[in-house]
Ligand binder design. Structure first.
Ligand code: CDP
Ligand code: CDP
Length: 223
């Protein structure tokens, strides 16, 4: 049996993590885990059920009864909350605006990190998020820290939103990305930081294919 491989991809919002992680996983025949989607599901579920985001006990009670699962339909990732498809709902601006607040809660992180470790326990995996190389998979075979200029990241998100019919101005998106990056990098619990042994890849001006190639080349060195 071939060796089980773990690839950790971290970085700020809209750096291209999930896009390249998904392609890499498919090419390598590994599973893919989008940890940001898990924090988004918890946030969506709490907002839907009018749970006070400051009430940790109520949030945890809800999370303990919340099954989060993924599958792929014609190559597109679908995310489910207790079996209901919430793929589109979790990308809506209201969820985006509150997700960092929920993700800063220690108890929530502890539970989701446990679930993420369990997903990665028996299969080769590409996992993306903010704390994968530092907390979830500290012994990953390859750790990548993806970055890009904030201007380019806002433009990418803008294009993506337009294609989904979400109309938020470029200026608002850039501010939202800057605020979220700041919040994610300065929280007490598992802040967004580059792991010491991660390779930084600046994707400004690079196409998706070019970024995948860079990561594939790094992966070839370790497998
Ligand atoms: O795709 P986008 O960059 O908008 O964000 P995401 O990956 O969907 O993550 C949404 C939020 O979840 C982030 O801004 C973080 O606050 C949180 N998150 C986290 O704290 N730890 C992770 N491993 C993944 C996401
Ligand atoms: O997961 P993360 O928030 O880091 O970013 P993403 O959702 O994978 O990528 C955000 C948007 O940027 C998507 O629409 C990608 O297609 C696009 N992208 C790009 O234009 N060029 C890249 N090198 C990487 C991503």
């Amino acid at each position: 049996m071939s060796k089980q491989i773990q690839v950790a991809i971290d970085g700020p919002a809209s750096a291209g993590k999930s896009t390249v992680a998904k392609i890499l996983a498919k090419k390598m025949g590994y599973i893919y885990c989008d940890t940001g989607a898990m924090y988004r599901v918890v946030t969506f579920h709490a907002l839907e059920n009018k749970i006070d985001l400051k009430n940790v006990e109520e949030l945890m009670n809800a999370l303990n009864h919340l099954d989060i699962s993924f599958d792929y339909v014609e190559g597109v990732q679908h995310v489910y909350a207790n079996g209901v498809d919430v793929t589109t709902d979790i990308r809506m601006p209201d969820v985006t605006n509150h997700v960092s607040e929920v993700a800063a809660i220690k108890e929530i992180r502890h539970e989701l990190v446990n679930r993420q470790k369990a997903i990665s326990a028996s299969q080769s995996i590409v996992m993306d998020g903010r704390d994968i190389g530092t907390v979830v998979l500290p012994d990953a075979d390859l750790k990548i820290f993806l970055v890009a200029s904030v201007k380019e990241r806002a433009e990418r998100r803008y294009k993506e939103n337009v294609s989904k019919g979400i109309m938020t101005s470029l200026e608002v998106l850039q501010k939202e990305i800057e605020d979220r990056d700041y919040y994610d990098s300065h929280r007490k619990e598992s802040p967004l930081i580059q792991a010491k042994d991660a390779i930084k890849v600046d994707t400004t001006g690079l196409s998706i294919e070019e970024v995948v190639k860079v990561i594939e080349n790094e992966l070839k060195k370790v497998i």
